[in-house]
Design a protein around this ligand. Sequence first.
Ligand code: GLN
Length: 490
Amino acid sequence: MNITDLTVYELKEKLDKKELTVKQITQAYIDRIIEKEPDVNAFVTPLTDTALEQADKIQEKIDNGEISATYSGIPIGIKDNICTKGVKTTCSSKMLENFVAPYNATVTEKINAEGMIDLGKLNMDEFAMGASTEYSAFKKTRNPWNLNKVPGGSSGGSAAAVAAGLVPWALGSDTGGSIRQPASFCGVVGLKPTYGLVSRYGLVAFASSLDQIGPITKDVRDSAMLLNVIAGHDEKDTTSIQTEKKDYTKALKNDVKGLKIGVPKEYFGEGINSEVKAALEKAIDEYKAMGATVEECSIPIADYALATYYIIACAEASSNLGRFDGIRYGYRTPNYESLKDIFVNSRTEGFGAEVKRRIILGTYVLSSGYYDAYYKKAQQVRTLVKKEFDKAFEKYDVLITPTSPTVAFDIGVRSNNPLEMYLADICTVSVNIAGLPGISIPCGVDSQGMPIGMQIIGKHFDEETILNAAYTYEQRVKFRDKYQPEFKNK
Ligand code: GLN
């Protein structure tokens, strides 16, 4: 048995039966990181030095019966835009290279309360802006399925780490696809919860009306388990919703008979790679065979979602990133003679090109002469996007689309072409615009052996239905039994 191949569900079973100790699990992950991290580059700040100490303490508490939490002793990795007290939270930016968070994000508190072991902070596109993790100021993460390919982004470190077995599960954040798209590129499961289900307190803000934290896991059951840990109202986040506590694992029925699935035709158009389309069509046939009803439908506004997203996301980013001025927050330039120099040079030297591009675009669409034409218009389209999804959900329980129009692309081919990079999120952004939950699960590989992702979109706060739909399919096709990453340069 290879410990790092096990899901968290399996790890927990073995811990409960005392077939494994916390130390054995932690050591196995540390060994795996030593072996594979040089290939993958998933971590910005590994915490392997402190992990064993933590493991000992937790084991002792378990042995003394002092711990009743469910996931005590289970390791985890955390995207580097989620604050962890006393540990660097860099957002993979020079701007925050030395920022040690003085407090924990609410999700970090919840992870700690469970007694999970933090194996480290995971790489990402700078300030979560990007779709390949190439915009990290520090390193390029590689896709474990083919080391010449990107892992997707912006949570590329989290997805690659899970796929490579460097962590059993991880947290990511998703503003326009940053959990689902890297999950799809790396052949793992990524869930973006409904906006408001998981607290954003302590998540470094990119676009506050779109950002959500969510789980990246090996399989769907683990996804439901980690959602159980992080979901719930938080008075520190005014957009967090008061909902009843649920056990999402109870939704996993392994049965989709009678499930009404809509397949919006706009997501199967010209820009979608033919192998991706074929894999999706096959997956949809599986659903039919399992007793779901499937119907083609239409979300015509989807064609405008990407433009709308980039206006809203950039507008909010330009405002959120105003605080990084070398005085209130972030890197301060050594080159200044005046106060203005501090502002200008700190931002010039601290931010990378993509972040600057977003700030400039965002400031432009918010400026008085253009506000109505761009920002206000985008907000109006946002309302239409919501309405079209609401209408579709009057008829269907879930919608199925590809997660991304292509599989993972080669490192370097899109990083100098922002528009090409933006297209990687064409299937995911509307879900954030409408605030809906969406999950990506693997549904096959292409002729080069690269994973293909299927996105299942649900109604607001109906994570249960998409989790069950994903789980039922997963049980039928058993992707993980058939395909595993090879860690090769191909
Ligand atoms: N790739 C998209 C962007 O660059 C989405 C990023 C995200 O979800 N954080 O904005």
